[in-house]
Design a protein around this ligand. Sequence first.
Ligand code: AMP
Length: 180
Amino acid sequence: MKNVYQSITNYISETIRTIPDFPKEGIQFKDITTLLQDKRALELTSYMLAQPFRNKEIDYVVGLESRGFLFGTNLAQDLNAGFVPVRKPGKLPSKTLSEVYALEYGEDHVEIHADAIFKNAKVIIHDDLMATGGTASAATKLIKRLGGEVVGYSFIIELSFLNGRNQLAQNVPIESIIVE
Ligand code: AMP
């Protein structure tokens, strides 16, 4: 089974292209539009994202704007959970909570609806890629402020040289399909 997972991972990995110096010099941008175009990679990525969390009684998948929305709703459906968006400022129409975060390139805020999750809900945070871990860490704070429990993190790609893991809730599984 390990070999099967390895070949699935290799297949997915080959569909992602790296664009040098985008959006600014020095950033190796991981472009997943080429993964999305490939129907086999699309299906395999959904399968691999759900695999670690099946039968874990997850209440919500929280997807991070914007590429965390691409697989986030599908992941929620696969886990029999609801989907909650964490968005950039000014996008959510109802009452929100806000947290500052640092990106690999820049700084911004993220917001969640104040009534998005119920108390003690079990939550998975999902994004396409973890770089510094700043965005996922800010989302963790938002969920904790709402009384939820982050029980897992889910990424397609993790840039391990940026040590994003250190920013996230300790003793919580971090499931990345591809670790670079
Ligand atoms: P971070 O908060 O540093 O973990 O950054 C994560 C967010 O920035 C994710 O939403 C990614 O989509 C985006 N991001 C950061 N670095 C890259 C990169 N090298 N390639 C693609 N997306 C990136």
